[in-house]
Ligand binder design. Structure first.
Ligand SMILES: [Zn+2]
Ligand SMILES: [Zn+2]
Length: 152
């Protein structure tokens, strides 16, 4: 069954693959399956709540077999997504969005920054990269807890 093969290709993975990466994995066991079919099945699995679609602005959507509440560390350099559990984030007080007529069903938190591998790479060979134009503030890690502190 194609649907099962797609689900199993994703289950147990922690790398949050793109649809194309899932397709590559499924193809290994079902060479006849088409890319469109894999995309369609992924969407159906998302709609049935069996997997999550992780929206990742600026790049392809990523799929996540973990549907319980968890949070993500997103590397700005290599786009790796790492799962984290943080009990404090599971009980955030939700903003009042009634003015938007919006009903919040769920949330998860993305922390953006630099993964260990990329941080190491940046330290070793300071190659000029396209993302090198960002100003450096201090020498600390770029992952800070974003608090909206008002200045002055
Ligand atoms: Zn990285
Ligand atoms: Zn995840």
């Amino acid at each position: 069954m194609q649907r099962r093969a797609v689900f199993e290709a994703l289950a147990g993975r922690e790398d949050h693959p793109t649809a194309d990466q899932v397709y590559d994995a499924v193809k290994a066991s079902l060479p006849a399956i088409s890319r469109t079919t894999v995309y369609r099945i992924l969407d159906a699995l998302v709609q049935n709540g069996l997997i999550l679609k992780v929206c990742h602005p600026g790049s392809a959507a990523r799929f996540d077999p973990k549907v319980h509440r968890h949070h993500h560390l997103v590397c700005l350099s290599c786009e790796r997504i790492v799962d984290i559990q943080a009990e404090s984030l599971n009980h955030l007080s939700l903003p009042d969005v009634s003015g938007h007529g919006f009903h919040i069903e769920d949330y998860h938190v993305h922390f953006r920054g630099t993964c260990a591998r990329c941080a190491r790479k940046q330290k070793i060979g300071r190659r000029p990269s396209r993302a090198a134009g960002r100003p450096r503030a201090g020498s600390g890690p770029t992952m800070r807890n974003p608090r909206d502190k008002k200045r002055g």
